[in-house]
Each structure stands twice: as structure tokens, then as C-alpha cells.
Design a protein around this ligand. Sequence first.
Ligand SMILES: O=C(CO)COP(=O)(O)O
Length: 128
Amino acid sequence: MTRVALIAHDEKKPAIIDLAREYEDLLSTFELVGTGTTGKRITEETNLTVERKESGPVGGDTQIGAEVVDGRIDGIVFLRDPQTAQPHEPDISALLRICDVHDVPLATTETGAVYLLDGLATETGVES
Ligand SMILES: O=C(CO)COP(=O)(O)O
């Protein structure tokens, strides 16, 4: 089953909630995993269920990166906040890098996320 990770920095959490609502039908056909607070917010504010890892700053990004290495992740929507320094920047960079190493599609903007999700819809034959 297609497995997608959903991650957002605090300033981008409203945007990922909006995206999750817009793509709820499609996302409901996927296994969803997310960092702690992002996963909690999406689960509480949509009809989707997101498997929650640790919060980003305490290792959630690293946990999702490990799933990328294991070949378990088909795509990542990671709405980053480029205007705010993050204490766990090394973890964030490591996640971006390991997606490149393993050729896992990762969208860091809302527009990129639309292209990624529409692409997964086409690939899986599910209406987006
Ligand atoms: O910091 C994050 C990603 O780097 C997101 O973590 P949370 O979803 O726990 O807020």
C-alpha cells in the first residue's frame, strides 16, 4: 500500500491541514505517517488517521528518514518554514538528503505537494 509521510513546521501546519482536507479522499487510500504534532493535528482535524512518530525536534524526522532508507515511504509532503530557524536543522537536512539518495519524492511547498499528490493519484489510479 502507498505510504506517505506528512510533516509541517508550526507556521505551515494550517497549510498542511488544508491540503489534507483537499486531498482527503486520495489520502484516505494511503497509509499515512507523520511527525508527532503534525500527525496529531491532521488526525484531530480531518477524517484521516496518521501514524504518529516522535515530534520533529526530538527525532521524528530521523524516524521517517529511517523508513525512507528501509524503502517504506513512497512520498513525503514536508511543508518547511524557511523563515524560522529550527533547533533540529541537522535532522531536517538529513531527511532531505536521504530522500535524494533513495530517490523518494519530497515536496516542501504547497505547490510541490499538489504536484506530488496528483502524481501519486495518477500512479495509483485513484482520483485526487
Ligand atoms: O519539526 C517538525 C519537522 O522538522 C515537525 O514536527 P511536529 O509535527 O512534531 O511539529
